[in-house]
Write a protein that binds this ligand. Structure first.
Ligand SMILES: [Zn+2]
Length: 483
């Protein structure tokens, strides 16, 4: 049993602080810490999100004025950390954040915000200090196919609560050989990423880029932490930089595609998992607090925008979905990088930082999709995403279109080999209709559905080994469009 320890100011210490920042918090130590401190606070409810493949508990906490219960009056914010087990600072930072609530220093936030916190998504990876979970799966590429207990648990919780705002905490490693050879490396305590899929309501993305991002950056600066907008790729002499991917399989964008005010932050990792951990954990703590501060201060604006934009999904107001996109240049960008030679942060003009988006292919929405009840794989998937469906009833106004895979071609989009099969389309009738389900497009997951199921989608199930059987030449695609 863990004995709660206090520092000189009488504050509860997290397990990391108790060790004098010499030992990262194990799953068991975290569970004991959360159990003992949550009993001291009437605002906290502690529960289980999932059990990992290795048999470890993934806990979550609800923090609200109503004894850990949620209401509709406030804005709901979900924060989750350490999907990648070797990225420890998000977990350590959230454990500090929880302590601040227990000791009453953040009570003011609870007037506006209700929190759902998952400090450690990947306990197997944590205890082995590895990226992947106990099934060797990368959890942050698993949010579309949802095969892992940790991601299934997160989406179940999200779908039940429907938070308006979310933050996914990660770390990045700037020390690769390619970057060191380039002579400059990234040197920000925090990288902050907004949503990037063009099917997400542009008003949400504008609010993120124009208001929340600068707010969070200046918040961090005041607390003594450097930051930049999140970018991937590079070094610029080898490959382009860009603001993330268009995929909807990660923690940020899989929630964003439901029109959620969703962010990612990546703290700078150490050269080892423990190096500089105090500063790293405090950086993540402050990024989380800055995010909560922005959400609380702008509660009404965000809530009403999310409500409006989710209604537009439910009514399928935007009747087409972008399925293939590419990042494109918008002119030279100025980027701050750390010069290894001069030992200083330096402003560089970079010509291949692709900040723009070009849509390569769009598709009109169908009325919905039809799937045979024998396609248990696909039915399980739509249930996990809380996608609504009913038994199909024939309607003479419906035209049913079926795809046939005529060739399984690859296409290079965003420097990736994307499965984009060659298809032909034909009109069909179904005889035994009892055996089919109808998935209406007019629902919250309308954009997700099209991105998931359209064979031309660069982000769909066809990109995964599990569904590669659907690419078989001369076979019928099992998802039928209702026009
Ligand atoms: Zn990560």
């Amino acid at each position: 049993m863990l004995v709660i320890s206090y520092n000189l100011r009488g504050q509860i210490k997290t397990p990391l602080e108790m060790s004098g920042y010499s030992k990262l918090t194990s799953n068991m130590e975290m569970l004991e810490y959360l159990k003992s401190i949550s009993q001291k606070c009437r605002f906290i409810k502690l529960d289980t999100l999932a059990v990992s493949p290795g048999g470890r508990v993934v806990p979550y906490l609800i923090i609200s004025k109503f004894a850990g219960k949620l209401s509709d009056k406030k804005i709901k914010a979900l924060l989750f950390a350490q999907q990648h087990g070797n990225e420890h600072s998000g977990k350590e930072g959230l454990l500090m954040l929880i302590r601040e609530f227990v000791e009453g220093r953040l009570d003011y936030l609870l007037n506006d915000v209700e929190l759902i916190l998952v400090p450690q998504m990947n306990p197997d990876g944590n205890d082995k200090d590895q990226r992947r979970n106990g099934n060797e799966a990368d959890l942050n590429r698993n949010h579309l196919i949802l095969t892992e207990p940790e991601t299934i648990g997160l989406h179940k919780l999200f779908n039940k609560i429907m938070p308006e705002a979310t933050l996914d905490l990660h770390e990045y490693t700037p020390y690769s050989k390619e970057w060191r050879d380039y002579g400059y490396i990234k040197n920000y305590d925090e990288q902050i990423g907004t949503l990037t899929n063009p099917n997400i309501d542009s008003r949400i993305i504008s609010l993120q880029k124009d208001k929340a991002l600068p707010y969070l950056r200046s918040y961090l600066a005041k607390k003594g932490f450097t930051s930049a907008e999140y970018s991937v790729g590079g070094p610029p002499d080898k490959s382009r930089l860009r603001n993330s991917t268009f995929d909807v399989n990660d923690g940020r964008q899989s929630l964003g595609i439901l029109n959620t005010f969703s962010f990612i932050v990546e703290g700078k990792n150490g050269k080892t998992s423990i190096e500089n951990i105090k500063h790293r954990a405090e950086g993540q703590f402050n990024a989380a607090l800055g995010f909560l501060d922005y959400v609380a201060t702008n509660k009404n604006k965000i809530k009403s925008l999310i409500k409006k934009s989710r209604i537009s999904l439910i009514t399928n107001a935007i009747n087409e979905t972008s399925l293939q996109m590419e990042h494109v240049p918008e002119g030279k960008q100025t980027v701050s990088l750390f010069s290894i030679k001069s030992n200083k942060d330096t402003l560089l003009e970079i010509s291949n930082y692709d900040t723009g988006t070009e849509i390569l292919k769009k598709e009109k929405s169908p009325k919905g999709y039809i799937i045979s009840k024998t396609e248990t794989n696909l039915l399980e998937l739509i249930k996990k995403h809380d996608i609504k469906y009913i038994t199909y009833k024939p309607d003479k106004n419906n035209v049913l279109c079926r795809y046939r895979i005529t060739d399984s071609a690859k296409k290079n989009i965003e420097d990736l080999d994307i499965n984009v099969p060659v298809i032909s389309k034909s009109v069909i009738t179904l005889d035994n209709n009892e055996n089919y389900v109808f998935i209406p497009i007019a629902q919250l997951r309308s954009k997700l559905l099209m991105l998931m199921f359209e064979p031309a989608s660069m982000a769909g199930i066809l990109q995964y080994e599990k569904y590669a059987f659907m690419l078989k030449k001369d076979s019928y695609y099992p998802i039928i469009r209702v026009e």
